[in-house]
Design a protein around this ligand. Sequence first.
Ligand code: NAD
Length: 459
Amino acid sequence: MISQTRMIVQNSLDALLENEVFLPELTGTERKKAFMSLSSILSTPNHVHKSFIRLPLESGEVVRIPAFRVQHNNALGPYKGGIRFHESVNEEEVINLAFLMTLKNALHNVPFGGGKGGILIDPKTLDERELHLLCVKYVRYFSDLIGPDKDIPAPDVGSGEREMDWMMTEYKKIHPGHAYLGSFTGKSVAIGGSKGRREATGKGVYFTYRYLLHDYMRQNEKTLASSHNAFAKTALEHAGRPMRTAIQGFGNVGSVTAMEAYSCPHIQNKIVAVSDRNGTLVNPDGLDIPALVAFASKNRGDLPMTQKALQAAGVSADIHDRDAILSMELDVLFLAALEDQLHDDNKEQVRARIIVEGANAPITQEADDYFSEKGVVIIPDILANAGGVIVSYLEWLQGRETQFYTEEAVYEQLIHKMQETMETILPQFFADPFSLRQNCYIHSLTRLSDVLYRQGQLY
Ligand code: NAD
């Protein structure tokens, strides 16, 4: 995964050098030098912080748990990115995710830089007291780095509102008298979080798909019909017709995306499959998504995976194995589980012609190249799943102003921001041969180069 993002960014950087949007005021060697500066600034993080958190367990054992905070780049504003609690967290992964955050914030014009944290732990193996202590100690170990104007963590895989509440409380204790509400985002609403934050990523993921397939197609149908662009052809073939839709992953992102798809008045989605870590549920006539959401919310997030449980949930479906969802006859596949789900070994079995990345990096480089050559439209992670960081920005603003917005106001601003990005990116995407991912990277890099140049950092 690490080399993959870097490789695509390197390709996008190469494309950028040839492009007149890259620092048009510079020519010749000056331009080349600025380009080399940009390339070297982005290829390495500004700081990698690592500690071993000492944690006494209830059993009497004392363990030391590796913990990271990576600060990739802060040209656009304070570092921003989640803290992942997972048993496979490693330094390279955290660096890569921090890099993606720099690009994501630049793409959506969010005034934050890129950061990421990680703790090498399966949080389910700790009891509540141990987990609380781990969160508190993470803040103590990294307390000098964190702050509303320096580096603002948020939840990621394995962490949520509860962990952010604990962490902000510890930050407040360590820095008495300082503004603290903006030090962490993704907090619960009762303690200064934002309404709508929990749903933000899934809503944004679905919006990018709806905007591309419905709003944009309707406005530009005639122009696109005369284009030779393979992606335009795929989008046009699917616009305005019923869609066989599937969602991999039914957690925070997947379940909200599924509800949005189910209730969308603009696109006729028939949700023929959803999956989670235990299996895939299939119904060619369409699944009852509200009933599945209700079941999952009462069952630690899991879908019903026996006929008895399906009956209890009031849902009619066949149960298939976990990865069956990836190779079904579909029009659109939302990936909202983990990284590296579509890869060299299964890419040829994928039938969907539109794929939306709710998860970070769910498609490997080889599979991505393969799909792009075949004209499959992929809405990439940095475009599709930015709803979380956009509403985190709104949470940070609300915390600074100590003025809180209604849920409607949050969604309105979220959609407005994502629409602005789509309006900027899509005309270019349908006019050049690059994938949507590469177009997004080129746009992010252009914005970063412009800012870094004006800050006097490209020499
Ligand atoms: P989550 O833990 O709430 O849900 C993950 C879901 O994936 C669960 O339903 C789980 O059962 C399922 N799953 C796990 N392994 C699977 C597998 N092999 N096949 C099918 N399903 C599987 O996590 P989330 O917050 O929904 O995040 C999902 C992805 O989206 C992650 O990659 C995360 O980094 C990314 N993301 C999340 C946010 C956010 O705001 N939550 C923002 C940006 C990106």
